[in-house]
Design a binder for this molecule. Structure first.
Ligand code: COA
Length: 211
């Protein structure tokens, strides 16, 4: 299947989600350079993520990708900033000529409720109504997790205390935005989120925030 979801975020920034229904050969034909991954499905996910980079921007130079110590892939020239995520049969990527970016896709599963205290502060659990005393809202919990993963990737330098340093401040369900303050860089961020049948998406870029 071709692209599952695509969005032109601003003139220089594009996002895509691919539903993987192809075999490895399909992606290998287009992706000349990639990391060796032992597990076959993980390798397929990895290839699909890389494939999306040039799908979104045909000029994307695969051969220039390098891996930081944190395992974040990047282009030293900063010709493009990009971020990749995969989950199940989906791969997602955001590519930008202008701004740093972070993306995450997740399939809601029960495990997230068991680890909520690891990534959410007591204030966030209270504010978003996702404590053990509330009816289980796996989709919301997964969205909050995905939002923090997207910030972690946008930051890209590793070592982040999710519950202490990524502070989610509120959710605007109409605009599909979670307001966030990231203490490591003193940044106010707007984390955009989306929801598909069995998939949750979150992404963040540098953007001017007013009001
Ligand atoms: C690196 C990490 C973000 C990957 O997330 P994941 O859900 O396992 O996997 P995803 O498919 O969403 O993302 C994988 C992609 O992220 C990218 N990536 C890897 N490390 C990265 C980093 N440090 N920064 C930005 N992007 C990174 C890569 O593109 C990778 O895909 P690829 O190897 O095929 O190119 C995650 O493993 C991680 O370390 N999270 C933080 C953990 C943490 O501190 N938790 C504490 C809270 S409880």
């Amino acid at each position: 299947m071709p692209i599952f979801f695509q969005q032109q975020i601003n003139p220089g920034t594009r996002l895509g989600i691919w539903k993987i229904e192809e075999t490895e050969t399909f992606f290998r034909d287009s992706v000349p350079v990639h990391r060796d991954v032992t597990h076959p499905h993980k390798r397929l996910q990895h290839l699909a993520g890389r494939f999306l980079l040039q799908f979104l921007f045909p000029a994307f130079p695969y051969e220039m990708i390098q891996l930081a110590d944190t395992r974040k892939p990047f282009l030293p020239s900063e010709q493009f900033h990009f971020s990749i995520s995969h989950c199940g049969d989906y791969a997602a990527a955001i590519v930008s000529r202008e701004t740093r970016a972070g993306i995450d896709v997740e399939i809601p599963i029960g495990k997230i409720a068991r680890i909520r205290e690891k990534f959410l502060s007591p204030e966030e659990i209270e504010q978003f109504g996702v404590g053990a005393g509330h009816p289980e809202n796996l989709r919301l919990l997964t969205t909050l997790w995905s939002a923090k993963e997207a910030v972690y990737k946008w930051y890209g330098e590793g070592k982040v205390d999710f519950s202490e340093q990524i502070r989610l401040q509120g959710i605007d369900e109409e605009q599909r935005i979670i307001r966030c303050f990231f203490t490591k860089t003193n940044s106010s961020l707007r984390i955009h989120y989306g929801s598909f049948d069995n998939l949750v998406l979150a992404w963040v870029i540098d953007e001017a925030i007013t009001g």
